[in-house]
Every structure is written in C-alpha cells, then in structure tokens.
Design a protein around this ligand. Structure first.
Ligand code: SF4
Length: 376
C-alpha cells in the first residue's frame, strides 16, 4: 500500500465525525435559485459521483451499532458541492451494500424528487425501511419550475412521487425553503395542504444568500424571519404538522450554560467572554445574564458577524476564524479594563480537527490574542 491519501468525501466524513452519513454525489440535475453551490464565497470541490470503491470505504466507517438512520445524500457542510444522490449510476448497488451492512436502520435519502418515477420507486422497495426526504418548495408547477430551473415533466415526477411512495410504505419527509417574496404565503400554505396527507414532518430552511448573490436574487431571498416564524406557528397549529423552522428567531434557545460557567470558575478564569453567532446572540446573552449572578466569576457575551459569507448568513455553523478574529479584536478593545481570561466559541463552527470550512484552526486565536480558547 503506497497511497495513504483520503478522498475528499472520506476526509469530510472523518473531519465531521459522522458515523451515519454517506455522501455519494456532488452532481445535481437542478439549478435551484438559492443553491449554495453558486453562492459560496470560497471555492468548493466539485468531485462528481463518488466512486463505488470509495463508497465502500465510507460504508466501512458507518456505525456497526444500530442507529436510527443512515443518511445518504446529505451533504457534509460546506466544502464539497451539494448533489443529488439518486443520480448516482451505482445507487442501487450502494443501497444494497448499505443494507448488507445494516439490516435494521432506516436508510434516509435526500433528493429533489425528480428521479422518483414509478419504476425507480419499485427498485427502491427492497431496501426498506427507507425514508425519502424530498425538497419541495412549491406545489404550483410554475413556481416549482422557477425555483428548480427544471421542466414541467420533472415537476410532475416529484409531485406524483408522494402518492407512490406512501402507497409502497416508504417514510416521507419534506424540506421546504420558503420564498414568500417569489410565491407568496398563500402558495406556501397550499403546498403544506398538498403535503399533509403524505407526511407531517417538514423541515424548513429560511432562504439564505451570501454577498455574492446579485441584487435581483437578494430581492427574492430576503425575508423577514420573525414574520416567517409567526406564519409557520399558525400553520403548525392549523394543520397539526411538525414544521421545524431552522434558526427560528422567536423559538426559545436550547442553551444551558450553567455547568460550563462553573467549570470556567473552577479552572480559575476570572472573566469569560462567550462568542455567539448573530442568530443566537440575543437569546444566548439573556440566558447568560440570567445565570451570571449565581457564579463567582464574570461572564459576558459578544456577537460575531459573518463577514466571510456576508448577505443574510447569521448561523454559527458558517462562521470562520477570520470572523471570530474581527469580533475578538473589537471585544478586547471594548473591555479595556477588565481582562478577558478565557474565550468560549461554539463548536458547531469547527470540524473534529478544530478547523473552520477554510481550513484555519481555532488554536491560532489563542496564540494571536494571548488568551486561552475553549470550543464547546
Ligand atoms: S436540488 Fe439541492 S443541490 Fe440541486 S440545485 Fe437544488 S439546492 Fe442545489
């Protein structure tokens, strides 16, 4: 053996520590308005279909323990271009190999639904239990076509697939990127009404864009997230659906810092600065402030803006070291007298090696600012 290098897919799997994910494609047949592949501020890898030999290595890394789901087609965040798993020329052999390794877990496949003809669904049947997660942003043919940049026949395939999948006993989940500026809220409600007989589980990603998006696209993608949150709250109750809006600005934050605050005190840090993404900052600062009187050391919060992506990107998962660097510099300047003894950064910004998506390691911040950094 003279080649120790890992493929990009393998590297990402190891770096993310994913034991139930098997990305197989960075090729897609659609050209969605909001696809991150077009708007990334740095170069992402377009590595085509993952070769079967490399897929086998990926399968070897899947957890041998029964897990609720083995996810095929999920893109690992950020460095490899997103793609459509069901286009892979060896998709049925891949499913066979995954099923051979694990007989009981649900195999989950993310798809835009355009491959799900009656014949294709028939061929998926032997691999059940299988959950199909379909991106379906509008049930109006014209809107669907404008969003996916595909023809009517593809809409028809995706739209009809829900009935066929349900009839054959597949589990169904839907992903919606709501575009109220393009389709209007009534169209989104109609889409939910259409989907309800097939599934109650809908994951909603608010539309995001980077600074690279042209103004005409920004106009379409710009949304009032609070208005969106209120709309989906209404829909959730009206249709009794499990509508999971990601980065919901009105939803209470699942963040309990007490144990970590105490840990920093026991480690003898006098003043701790917590860095939060724009999405988390408001709620997180309030929670931190509520707990601060009950620990002996000092805790404060600072917001990190995403200058790398720009646009309306506010989540922690896409923050880079260069964004943290800017924020820390500003925070240290502001807190002249009180000496910051420790910085705490959210771990979701980094892979298992401590690298951001640009490959810069968080340990650099500690040497640059002379302050210890914890990633939690
Ligand atoms: S289906 Fe997914 S990968 Fe394909 S263009 Fe749309 S967003 Fe991009």
């Amino acid at each position: 053996m003279d080649n120790f290098s890992l493929s990009k897919f393998m590297y990402e799997t190891v770096a993310c520590g994913a034991t139930n994910q098997l990305p197989v494609s960075s090729v897609c047949n659609a050209r969605c308005l909001f696809c991150s592949n077009k708007m990334n501020p740095f170069k992402i890898h377009r590595v085509g279909f993952r070769p079967l030999e490399d897929v086998k290595k990926g399968i070897a890394l899947l957890s041998p323990q029964p897990v609720p789901e083995i996810r095929i087609g999920d893109s690992l965040p950020g460095r490899i271009s997103e793609g459509e798993a069901l286009l892979h020329p060896d998709i049925f052999e891949i499913l066979r190999l995954v099923r051979e390794k694990n007989q009981t877990s649900v195999i989950q496949v993310s798809t835009n639904g355009t491959m799900l003809t009656r014949k294709f669904i028939e061929k998926l049947k032997p691999f059940q239990p299988l959950k199909v997660t379909i991106s379906y942003h509008s049930n109006t043919p014209r809107n669907w076509r404008r969003i996916f940049n595909l023809k009517e026949d593809k809409y028809k395939t995706a739209s009809d697939s829900f009935f066929l999948l349900l009839k054959e006993g597949f589990l169904i989940e839907v992903v919606i990127v709501p575009l109220p500026k393009l389709v209007g809220y009534p169209d989104i409600e109609d889409t939910l009404k259409y989907l309800r007989p097939f599934t109650k589980d809908v994951i909603i990603f608010p539309p995001g864009y980077s600074a690279k998006a042209p103004p005409s696209l920004r106009k379409i993608l710009d949304s009032d997230y609070s208005e969106m949150s209120r709309f989906f709250t209404k829909m959730r109750k009206k249709y009794l659906m499990n509508l999971c809006l990601m980065t919901d600005p009105l939803k209470p934050l699942n963040f309990d810092p007490r144990a970590l605050m105490l840990e920093t005190y026991k480690a003898r840090f006098s003043h701790v600065l917590w860095l939060f993404s724009e999405a988390a900052y408001g709620h997180a600062k309030k929670i931190l402030g509520d707990h601060d009187p009950y620990v002996p050391n000092e805790h404060s919060a600072f917001m990190v803006k995403n200058h790398t992506y720009g646009g309306n990107i506010i989540c922690a998962g896409l923050l880079m070291i260069q964004d943290y660097r800017k924020a820390i510099r500003a925070a240290l300047k502001k807190s002249k007298k009180e000496k910051i003894a420790l910085l705490i950064l959210p771990k979701i910004s980094f892979d298992r090696f401590g690298d951001d998506l640009l490959g810069e390691n968080y340990s650099r911040l500690s040497s640059e600012f002379g302050v210890p950094v914890w990633v939690r």
